[in-house]
Design a protein around this ligand. Structure first.
Ligand SMILES: [Zn+2]
Length: 326
């Protein structure tokens, strides 16, 4: 028995070691605190008592930088102060450094002040950007667990849901490198804004993102296929940042519920109404936790109305742009 002890001891160590301590030593990670330098020029990236998104993003990113560097990773920051940096330049840093991972850190805003849940964006189509989806799943599940007590929704969505034609600039220009935009929570929710002002809460989020990155690198790496090599969908126009804060933006849930009810009817006029309301719900809040189902409602209404081509596109959009958590 004794002579097997060293062998058993190594097995014991392997089983009990949560992560490989050298996992991040050969990794280059680009952290991108979203926005910056716009305190005087934009009025919608601000919470109910004046906390600004770009400040929150930077605090979390700097804390995450420390955690990653302590684990031996090489971290490139797109900004370390409240300054303006061009979106394409942020992505270029990832390309120039041959980064293994690109993480853009944001926090979200919507007219509905009760909304508060994580949304993680990947670029393009789920069937092509496998690594992006894999990273998005890791980030979403860790944030949901660490900041939301493993309760409530978390949305994994393509950046084409919010920027229908081309997606987001940072993810588009860095496409090929596994990357996501993390929107951990909504600073337009008063309670959440209060928490986000607290550096301890920012630390909690940074630690969650750190664990998400570790989990991602522990998994077998998936590929990123060339954009539009497998899929191509026409754009679906939606409300943009400032519009999202309009009164119409408040009605996303109401429209969705009505669309659901109208589809119970046998009257084709109600199906038409259902299609329109489901479309309006998605336009008002394209990345809400009902958006995937709203697109599926649109598809079902269109199928009943014999608009089969449009229905197929709506169904495919739900599958490619909204990924279910495992
Ligand atoms: Zn943002």
């Amino acid at each position: 028995m004794f002579k097997f002890f060293p062998f058993l001891f190594i097995i014991f160590l392997l089983l009990n070691c949560e992560t490989d301590p050298l996992l991040l030593h050969d990794k280059t990670i680009v952290l991108d605190p979203g926005h910056g330098g716009t305190a005087d020029s934009d009025q919608y990236r601000v919470g109910p008592t004046g906390e600004r998104e770009e400040w929150i993003n930077l605090r979390v990113a700097l804390k995450l930088q420390t955690l990653l560097e302590e684990s031996g990773a090489t971290v490139i920051m797109t900004r370390t102060e409240d300054t303006h940096v061009e979106l394409a330049d942020r992505a270029q840093l990832a390309l120039d450094h041959d980064a293994h991972l690109f993480l853009s850190i944001h926090h979200n805003a919507i007219a509905d002040t009760t909304a508060n849940f994580p949304i993680i964006y990947f670029h393009g189509y789920a069937s092509e950007n496998l690594a992006g989806v894999q990273l998005a799943k890791s980030v979403a599940s860790h944030l949901r667990k660490d900041l939301f007590g493993d309760e409530g929704p978390a949305v994994l969505a393509s950046d084409h849901t919010i920027f229908p034609t081309a997606g987001t600039a940072v993810l588009r220009h860095s496409y090929g490198i596994p990357g996501v935009i993390s929107e951990a929570s909504f600073f337009t929710n008063p309670g959440e804004e209060e928490r986000l002002k607290n550096p301890d809460y920012n630390q909690l989020e940074a630690e969650s993102l750190y664990r998400a990155i570790l989990s991602y690198f522990e998994e077998e790496a998936l590929p990123v296929y060339e954009k539009n090599s497998l899929t191509e969908l026409p754009p679906f126009e939606v409300f943009r940042a400032a519009e999202r804060m309009s009164p119409e933006g408040l009605r996303w849930k109401e429209y969705f519920k009505k669309a659901q009810n109208l589809l119970e009817s046998d009257d084709p006029e109600d199906w038409e109404k259902s299609y329109k309301l489901a479309s309006q719900s998605v336009r008002a809040f394209a990345d809400s936790y009902h958006a995937r189902d709203a697109h599926l409602l649109r598809a079902e209404a269109l199928e009943r109305l014999n608009r089969t081509e449009e229905a197929a596109i709506a169904r495919q959009r739900a599958e490619e742009f909204y990924v279910k958590m495992d």
